[in-house]
Design a protein around this ligand. Structure first.
Ligand SMILES: [Zn+2]
Length: 100
């Protein structure tokens, strides 16, 4: 009986060690996960930026003035400053310069 209690006590000690290691590892993984998510998100944003830029490069020189005018009428900037972003109701002076 006494021996058994001794063994159980020892096992309990091991379990406690394991548990604290698991908690530490969990914490480490949580931090790492957070970093990776931030990294992925930033990567994704960069990708979207690149895609938008590519789109602009394809649209602007290739399809000509009519296309730009159409895009402007549909409510998007065609100026360098804000190309492709939605316009407010007012005309954009930079965009209008392109029509002159
Ligand atoms: Zn504009």
């Amino acid at each position: 009986m006494e021996t058994q209690i001794g063994e159980l006590y020892e096992q309990l000690g091991h379990l406690k060690n394991d548990l604290s290691e698991i908690i530490e590892e969990n914490h480490r993984l949580t931090v790492e996960n957070k970093h990776l998510r931030t990294y992925l998100k930033r990567d994704h944003v960069e990708e979207e930026k690149a895609a938008t830029k590519k789109k602009q490069e394809v649209t602007v020189p290739g399809e000509g003035f009519d296309n730009l005018a159409r895009i402007y009428k549909e409510g998007f900037h065609i100026c360098h400053m804000q190309f492709g972003s939605p316009r407010t109701d007012e005309d954009c002076l930079f965009c209008l310069e392109l029509f002159d």
